[in-house]
Design a protein around this ligand. Structure first.
Ligand code: ADP
Ligand code: MG
Length: 513
């Protein structure tokens, strides 16, 4: 694609061209752009390098590398260095530009797909997977992008990045691929971070879904208000006039049980389809039977009633199911197919996943890493536990600090014993993080050594909890879920809570026999 064609897709003006004085935009414009890249290591000959300032580094520092790899030009925000090593196109809003250029380069794939965005504090990945499974069962070829996995037409693979919502360029490339493979629907997990950073700009959402809004990511969004506004963006993006010729009417799927309902309603210009448990929502669940192995409820929809049976446990999964039921029912999928699909769901990796190596107690791996989800998970596990309820968890470094003492307090109040450990300390002092969590526990009278332990090494922490567990107990390993690595300093080491749990359980067995 010619550079001038590409630049015509920008919704903002080019402010300046930096480089040798003789370089003009009209000369540059005739150049053919082979590819786009925001990572200088991915730049290809003839490519356009998008210099994005990030939290840790600044793309503008890598212009030389981009030039060496043969980039035709770079595009980025304000440039006030020396003459750059390649023509530098200055614009004001790099994040919007990244998305607009990606959409143009890949031919606006979202305009030809029914796109479903899911946001909220907790339950996004689960809900996305449920929606995708229902679409599969209904025979609708679809793609899925979440924290845990990617899927195209039934083929699933793990998300190796630590990002829930990828950069706009990756999303648009993925959507293009979907379209080329004949898919009709795309389900995209849209974090508040991703929304704020315009990563889902150009996704032209038809359906917006929210799970709930609670305390999270306050380090990045500064205040709960900003955070709420970020979530609202998804709903602002729903356009009542949108007509892709796909016979899909845009709709907002809101949770009537949650505070987010009141917050988001004013932002919705499209019809709202509400869901809720025991509330008079348009899609509601009644007669809940919450078991240790499965969940049953009756779903009342605008066009009928269905009995739902799923292996997903816990009350919050009823909410996640309702969100998925509402979203897919609004797409015209029959209640019977929806029920059939939910019955086949095996569970989402690292979400309330049971690890069984024949040990006399229960071990659950769950991705709960927010105060709200930790509280909910512990409340679910308590009635399912005849003995002691224990937890092993931490809190990530360089992320929301405010939640640390809150999580310590929640564990103190809801477990019988817990071990505070590393999550991903990153470049923060790991012991300081543990201490901040411990303070929350101390504030409600818990004593280290007696009621809880602080063991930074996660393997040792898990071993310590298992060593204290006996028949009827439950040990919750929270916070890492499906993740395949632990980040200490700047080093990413392979890690899998499920694997380590199995390893530690097998080591326990001989002593117990
Ligand atoms: N609707 C919900 N409300 C509260 N907590 C939830 C909900 N759904 C899932 N959780 C908890 O949050 C964790 C993460 O779930 P996930 O579906 O990965 O959410 P997200 O993608 O929003 O982080 C789960 O392991 C579970 O502990
Ligand atoms: Mg997620």
């Amino acid at each position: 694609m010619r550079l001038d064609t590409l630049l015509a897709g920008l919704e903002q003006p080019v402010l300046a061209i930096h480089g040798e004085p003789q370089v003009t935009l009209s000369d540059l414009g005739t150049g053919e752009i082979s590819s786009l890249a925001y990572d200088s290591r991915q730049v290809q000959a003839g490519g356009l390098f998008l210099a994005v300032p990030g939290e840790h580094t600044d793309g503008r520092r890598f212009l030389a590398e981009a030039a060496r790899r043969g980039a035709l030009a770079a595009l980025g925000p304000r440039y006030d260095g020396d003459t750059p090593p390649l023509p530098y196109i200055e614009i004001a809003e790099i994040r919007a530009a990244l998305a607009d250029l990606a959409c143009t380069f890949y031919g606006h794939p979202a305009q030809h797909l029914c796109t479903i965005g899911v946001t909220g504090t907790d339950g996004k990945t689960t809900t996305c997977n449920l929606i995708s499974t229902i679409l599969d069962v209904a025979g609708k070829r679809n793609g899925l992008m979440t924290t845990a996995n990617f899927k195209i037409s039934g083929r699933t693979w793990e998300n190796p990045t630590r990002q829930s919502t990828l950069e706009a360029l990756d999303i648009q490339q993925f959507l293009r691929r979907l379209l080329d493979e004949g898919a009709t629907h795309a389900v995209i997990e849209s974090t508040s971070h991703g929304l704020e950073l315009q990563r889902v700009r150009g996704c032209a959402f038809d359906i917006g879904v929210v799970t709930n809004i609670t305390h999270e990511h306050l380090d990045f969004h500064k205040t709960i208000e900003n955070y709420r506004r970020a979530k609202a963006r998804l709903f602002e993006m729903l356009d009542p006039e949108r007509d892709k010729g796909l016979n899909v009417a845009p709709v907002a799927i809101l949770n009537q049980d949650d505070v987010s309902y009141e917050i988001l309603q004013p932002y919705c210009r499209v019809p709202i389809l509400s869901y809720g448990i025991d509330t008079p929502a348009a899609v509601r669940a009644v007669d809940l039977r919450l078991g240790a192995e499965q969940t049953r409820f009756r779903a009342i929809l605008p066009d009928g009633e269905i009995e739902i049976v799923t292996r997903l446990v816990g009350r919050f999964n009823v909410s996640n199911c309702l969100a998925a039921i509402a979203a897919t029912s609004s797409l015209g999928i029959s209640p019977e197919l929806i029920a059939e699909a939910l019955a086949t769901v095996q569970g989402v990796t690292g979400r309330m996943e049971r690890i069984d190596e024949g040990q006399p107690f229960s071990v659950i791996v769950d991705y709960a890493h927010t105060p709200d989800s930790l509280e909910k998970v512990l409340n679910i596990l308590r009635p399912l536990t005849t003995g002691k309820l224990m937890a092993v968890f931490g809190s990530a470094g360089e992320r929301d600090r405010q939640k640390r003492p809150i999580m310590g307090r929640i564990a103190a109040q809801l477990t019988d014993f817990f071990v505070i450990t590393d999550e991903d300390p990153r470049e923060e002092d790991r012991f300081t993080i543990l201490e901040e969590i411990a303070q929350g526990a101390r504030s409600v009278g818990k004593r280290e050594g007696e009621d809880f332990l602080c063991i930074a090494n996660r393997r040792e922490a898990i071993a310590a909890a298992f060593a204290r567990a006996s028949k009827g107990d439950t040990v919750l390993l929270a916070g890492k879920g499906h993740e395949q690595s632990i980040i200490i300093g700047t080093t990413k080491t392979p890690w899998d809570d499920r694997r380590v749990a199995r390893e530690q359980l097998t080591m326990l067995q001989p002593e117990r026999d």
